[in-house]
Design a protein around this ligand. Structure first.
Ligand code: PRP
Ligand code: URA
Length: 209
């Protein structure tokens, strides 16, 4: 699929496997989500634009590349996407951070919006949307719809685990965005949870439930 990157790096796969274990506790889970986001972000941001700027080294003056354009926007889908933000900020500390609050209805599995705030101006920024879980794809599609309605153009979506159904739905709804996934799992169960997955990412990051 064009614009879809599925990671195969052994460090990412190893860390995802630890995430899956039900005995992995909140502290370790949180650290791993952040580390995986950083490893995925390193690759996902390889096309950031550069511009040459003159710099004086202790030896001589030279032209050397710096990141160009408006600062990156990282936009986590609350709550679980928050867990990935520091991983991206470790790479690009000057990034701005927006938030999109969505929760899935437990019966219909449809996303409901409860909070949205994006850095301004959003239209000139590269936007990295984070959410560890891409299940039915409903939340991801709604988040990207919202960002586009507000003028967002250059959008990257990062998920740690995806179900094939959700990946297809997001790609079909938004074929122009770049999607990065750490692993594609087998399927969704009757409660729209990813199998084998890792359970409820938000609850495991924040120690709720
Ligand atoms: C989870 C997850 C995604 C969404 C994925 O969030 O973090 O946002 O479900 O499911 P979908 O692809 O079927 O929309 P949830 O709604 O449980 O909220 P939380 O992060 O606050 O726990
Ligand atoms: N949200 C999660 O946190 N986990 C899933 O498996 C599906 C949606």
């Amino acid at each position: 699929m064009e614009n879809v990157t599925i990671f195969t790096h052994p460090l990412i796969q190893h860390k995802i496997s630890i995430l899956r274990k039900k005995e992995t506790g909140t502290n370790e889970f949180r650290s791993l989500i952040e580390e995986i986001a950083m490893l995925m972000g390193y690759e996902a941001l390889r096309d950031l634009p550069l511009e040459d700027v003159e710099v004086e080294t202790p030896i001589e003056t030279c032209m050397t590349p710096f990141l160009a354009g408006k600062k990156l926007a990282v936009v986590p889908i609350l709550r679980a996407g928050l867990g990935m933000v520091n991983g991206i900020l470790a790479l690009v500390p000057s990034a701005k951070v927006g938030h999109i609050g969505l929760y899935r209805d437990e019966v219909t599995h449809e996303p409901h919006e409860y909070y949205c705030k994006l850095p301004s101006p959003i239209d000139q920024r590269i936007i990295v949307v984070t959410d560890p879980m891409l299940a039915t794809g409903g939340s991801a599609v709604e988040a990207v719809d919202f960002i586009k309605q507000h003028g967002g153009k250059s959008i990257k979506f990062m998920a740690i685990i995806a179900a094939p159904e959700g990946l297809k739905r997001l790609h079909e709804a938004h074929p122009d965005i770049q999607i990065y996934v750490g692993h594609v799992d087998r399927c969704l169960n009757e409660n729209a949870y990813i199998c084998p997955g890792l359970g409820d990412a938000g609850d495991r990051i924040f120690g709720t439930k």
